[in-house]
Design a protein around this ligand. Structure first.
Ligand code: NAD
Length: 486
């Protein structure tokens, strides 16, 4: 297979307005499994970001992206999906090296990326306006028009998947896009630009550049030529971006953090639940916005569930590579942050069941699978996102208490309920305050199902048909009809 990337393994360029560009400075990329740097990428400047926005503005205003029948956009999107599938193996290996995740998860990021292009490609010729009845004296209809220039800022935990999640609907709707890739994991997602370039996406319709968030990201957000901002990342950065976006009244989609709870009742299917725990909190080393970071267990089965989760945590294979169960966290800083949050939990009186320290025999950024029990709502570990393989368990007596505990943080991204009682399930789906509710399987859903948060977890929706409408403006046209025949 020919290599997709237009650069060497050791040094990468940014894709700016249809050109592969170097920069005066570089960013060094470290393998979390070894703690050693293995590549560099050009560090885009504020001027580079400006150049990308200017090119996007030009092509958006030229009408080139929307003048043809939308069916041609469908073909473009499907060609991009095919190209992504072709580079999956090469890209997944690279993603493992820069992110530390398992090869199976890295492959599934590329698979999801291709699926986003297929899914939204299938919608590109179905963005239909409405005809609104106003009586015989008027004709009224709506257009859905692309915003024009969409600036998208991506985090490091699922860089390829999250990049495609916003890029695909934005392009399907006819926008030009500038993506700011994360400083820690920019390489594999740069390959998405090669997939778009090879499919013939016009120059200027896409830039993917890596730069320092507080400089290049901030400059993109503040640029008055940007029509829309899509941000996926932490709450403090999101708040910063919202304040900056307010200056130009730029609309935003905000996908922020979470502290999501699974509520477990005595009639649970135990094995089904434990499979969800393995996946829910230990997948990607817990660095998932929708991780099952809290587990609320009915008091009748509390002790036995704590013991089962302890056994599960101790049984996980810890490494980076093919299909391991616990991979390293992303960086030295994240490693220290996770361990420091574990220390705070112990200091505040949480019971450490297992873990809470670095894995002894590994040189990379590994944290032991960690379980805390007897957690109280006022503890930091109950309230704050750890973004590591750390789960906190609490008991409850009544259903009402369970919903109150689950809803008792500033976040509202996801929540889950594990029970075989249908009526209780239905009560849970109303009582839990979150953008999505998982029943008897954590992460149930797919690219077809809308995803997003409430409260400090953000607003706007990604994924599903609904997300496409995050990338268009509604324009209403009202026409007065002269019905007089004189
Ligand atoms: P982060 O906020 O530190 O960085 C995210 C991105 O923002 C990076 O590309 C960074 O360079 C950029 N950035 C930083 N400062 C900026 C600024 N002032 N202006 C513009 N851009 C700036 O987040 P992170 O550590 O990369 O990601 C982890 C966080 O992301 C967690 O809180 C997690 O829950 C959240 N997350 C949310 C979702 C979701 O869909 N809701 C998905 C994945 C991650």
């Amino acid at each position: 297979m020919t290599k997709a990337k237009p650069q060497t393994d050791a040094h990468w360029k940014n894709y700016i307005a249809g050109e592969w560009c170097d920069s005066e400075n570089n960013i060094s990329i470290t393998n979390p499994a070894t703690g050693k740097p293995f590549a560099t990428i050009a560090c885009a400047s504020i001027e580079d970001a400006g150049k990308a926005v200017d090119a996007a503005r030009l092509i958006a205003d030229s009408g080139v992206l929307t003048k043809d029948r939308p069916a041609s956009r469908v073909q473009m999107m499907l060609a991009i999906a095919d190209n992504i599938r072709e580079i999956t193996e090469e890209g997944a290996e690279l993603l493992v090296r820069e992110n530390g995740k398992s090869l199976a998860d890295a492959r599934s990021e590329f698979d999801n990326a291709a699926r986003y292009f297929e899914y939204y490609g299938g919608m590109a010729d179905k963005i239909e306006g409405k005809s609104i009845p106003l009586g015989d004296d008027y004709v009224d209809f709506t257009y859905y028009e692309p915003f024009g220039v969409s600036a998208q800022i991506v985090p490091w935990n699922f860089p390829v998947d999250i990049c495609a999640r916003s890029l695909a609907p934005a392009l399907a709707a006819g926008n030009a896009v500038i993506v700011k890739s994360p400083e820690l994991t920019p390489l594999a997602m740069t390959l998405l630009a090669t997939a778009c370039e090879k499919a013939g996406l016009p120059k200027g319709a896409l830039s993917i550049l890596c730069g320092i968030g507080s400089e290049v990201g901030a400059a993109l957000v503040a640029n008055p030529k940007v029509d829309q901002i899509v941000f996926t990342g932490s709450v403090p950065t999101g708040q910063h971006i919202l304040k900056s976006a307010a200056d130009n009244a730029t609309p935003c989609v905000m996908e922020l953090g979470g502290k999501s709870a699974a509520v477990v009742f005595p009639d649970v299917d135990k094995q089904q639940f434990l499979d969800s725990v393995a996946w829910g909190i230990f997948f990607n080393a817990g660095q998932v916005c929708s991780a099952m970071s809290r587990i609320l267990v009915h008091e009748d089965i509390y002790d036995e569930v704590v013991t089962d989760i302890e056994k599960l945590a101790k049984s996980l294979s810890v490494a980076s590579g093919e299909s391991v169960e616990l991979t390293p966290v992303i960086s030295k800083e994240q490693h220290s942050q996770v361990l420091s949050m574990c220390n705070v939990a112990v200091a505040e009186g949480a019971r450490l069941v297992t873990g809470g320290k670095a894995v002894d025999d590994k040189e990379g950024f590994y944290v032991e699978p960690t379980v805390f029990a007897d957690i109280k709502p006022e503890m930091t570990i109950f309230q704050n996102e750890v973004f590591g393989p750390v789960v906190s368990i609490t008991s409850f007596k009544t259903e009402e208490e369970a919903w109150k505990l689950a809803n008792g943080t500033d976040f509202g991204l996801v929540a889950g309920v594990f029970t075989n009682d249908l009526s209780r399930t239905m009560r849970a789906t109303r009582a839990l305050k979150a953008g999505q509710i998982f029943v008897n399987e954590w992460f149930a859903g797919g690219i077809e199902t809308p995803f997003g948060g409430l409260k400090m977890s953000g607003f706007g929706r990604e994924k599903g048909q609904e997300a496409l409408y995050s990338y268009v403006n509604t324009k209403n046209v009202a026409i007065k009809v002269n019905n007089s025949t004189d």
